[in-house]
Design a protein around this ligand. Structure first.
Ligand code: MG
Length: 338
C-alpha cells in the first residue's frame, strides 16, 4: 500500500524552493530581489503609482476540501487580477500567504502551485514572496497583488457623474448559474451549457486589456469589477460617487447558456440570480454619453463586448432596476460576507 506524501515530508523551505520559487517571470527587470530574502525589493518607476489589492480564500467558506487545487490556484490569482483591471492598472507582483494543515498531500500543494503558475504566465505576473504556515484548521490562502498605473491615472469608483452611461464587459450571471447548477438549484439539460457555465464560475477572466484601454483613452470615469453581484457592485459606485443609477435588466448581456436557462420556467428567479449572484469578474464602468466610437474601438482591439446597461442619475446611492421600463424590486441583494 502506498502512502500519499504530505507537505510535512518536504518541510517549509524545501516546499517553497520546489513549488514556489519558480513562479517568477524571468523578464521582469523591476524585481531587484524576489523570493528568498526578508522582503522583496521592487523598482517602482518615478511616473507610476503602486496599486495593492488582497483577497483571502478559506476552505469551507470559499471552496471545499474536494475542490481541484489546480483550478483553485488559477482562480485565487485571477480574482486579484480583476481588482487591478478595475483600477485601469497593469499587474506585476504578488505575495502568497498559505496556511495548510501538515497532513495536506504534497500533490495538493503541487497542483495549487501549478494553478498559480498558469495564471502568472498567462497574465505576466511574478510571485515575489510569501509565508507558509501549518494550519490547525482549514486551508487559508491569501494573495496580495501589486500593479502599476500612471501617476494620477487610477480610475476610482468614486468619480461617476450624473448623466454617465453605465457599461459592462462580457456577459453577466454565468458564474452564479454555474454555481447554482453545481448546488442542484437549477436544472440544465444541455451538456455544453453546463460545461460553459461551470468554466465561467471556476476560471474567471480578468478584463485587464479593457481596463488598461479605458485608462489609456481616459474614457471611463469610474470602474468596479463584479464580485458581489451586478446590482451590489453598481451600488458601490453609487455610494462612493454620491449618485443613483438606473439599471435596465433587459439590456444586461447574457451568454447563450444563460439565455437558455432563463428561457426555462422560472425566468424571474433566474434573472434575479443573474443580477445579484456575483463572481462575474466583469467590469462595470461609467462614461459620458458621447463615446460610442471609442467603445467599438475597445471591443475591436480586445475582443471583449461592451454593453450599455443603464445610466447614472441624481439620487442617494440607490440602484433602481427597471424591467420593460418599470421599476422592479428584487427579492435578494448581492453577496454579503457578514
Ligand atoms: Mg473589486
Amino acid at each position: 500500500m502506498s502512502i500519499e506524501k504530505t507537505v510535512s515530508a518536504l518541510g517549509e523551505f524545501q516546499l517553497i524552493e520546489t513549488l514556489f520559487s519558480r513562479l517568477v517571470m524571468a523578464d521582469d527587470k523591476r524585481i531587484i530581489k524576489g523570493v528568498g530574502d526578508d522582503s522583496a525589493v521592487l523598482n517602482i518607476p518615478r511616473t507610476q503609482h503602486l496599486l495593492t489589492t488582497t483577497d483571502t480564500l478559506i476552505e469551507g467558506v470559499h471552496f471545499n476540501s474536494d475542490t481541484d487545487p489546480f483550478i483553485l490556484g488559477r482562480k485565487a490569482l485571477r480574482v486579484n487580477l480583476s481588482d487591478i483591471a478595475a483600477m485601469g492598472g497593469v499587474p506585476h507582483w504578488y505575495v502568497l500567504s498559505l496556511a495548510i494543515p501538515s497532513t495536506t498531500s504534497l500533490k495538493w500543494a503541487e497542483e495549487f502551485a501549478r494553478g498559480l503558475d498558469e495564471a502568472g504566465k498567462r497574465f505576466n505576473v511574478s510571485l515575489v514572496g510569501g509565508d507558509m504556515v501549518a494550519s490547525t484548521g482549514p486551508i487559508i490562502i491569501t494573495i496580495t497583488l501589486n500593479g502599476l498605473v500612471g501617476e494620477g491615472r487610477a480610475i476610482m469608483r468614486s468619480s461617476a457623474q450624473v448623466g454617465d452611461r453605465i457599461y459592462v464587459t462580457g456577459t453577466i450571471g454565468d458564474s452564479a448559474l454555474g454555481l447554482a447548477h453545481r448546488l442542484g438549484r437549477v436544472k440544465i439539460s444541455d451538456a455544453h451549457h453546463i460545461e460553459f457555465l461551470k468554466h465561467r464560475h471556476q476560471i474567471p477572466e480578468p478584463r485587464l486589456s479593457v481596463g488598461k484601454m479605458l485608462q489609456d483613452t481616459a474614457i471611463a470615469r469610474s470602474i468596479i469589477d463584479v464580485s458581489d453581484g451586478l446590482v451590489a457592485d453598481l451600488e458601490h459606485i453609487c455610494s462612493a460617487s454620491g449618485v443613483g443609477a438606473r439599471l435596465h435588466a433587459d439590456k444586461v448581456p447574457l451568454s447563450d447558456a444563460a439565455r437558455a436557462v432563463l428561457d426555462g420556467d422560472d425566468t424571474n428567479r433566474m434573472m434575479q440570480m443573474v443580477l445579484t449572484g456575483g463572481e462575474d469578474y466583469e467590469l462595470i464602468f461609467t462614461a459620458s454619453a458621447d463615446i460610442a466610437d471609442a467603445i467599438s474601438d475597445i471591443t475591436d482591439q480586445t475582443g471583449v463586448a461592451l454593453t450599455e446597461i443603464g445610466e447614472i442619475v441624481k439620487g442617494e446611492s440607490v440602484v433602481t432596476v427597471c424591467r420593460d421600463g418599470e421599476p422592479w424590486v428584487l427579492e435578494r441583494g448581492g453577496w454579503k460576507h457578514f
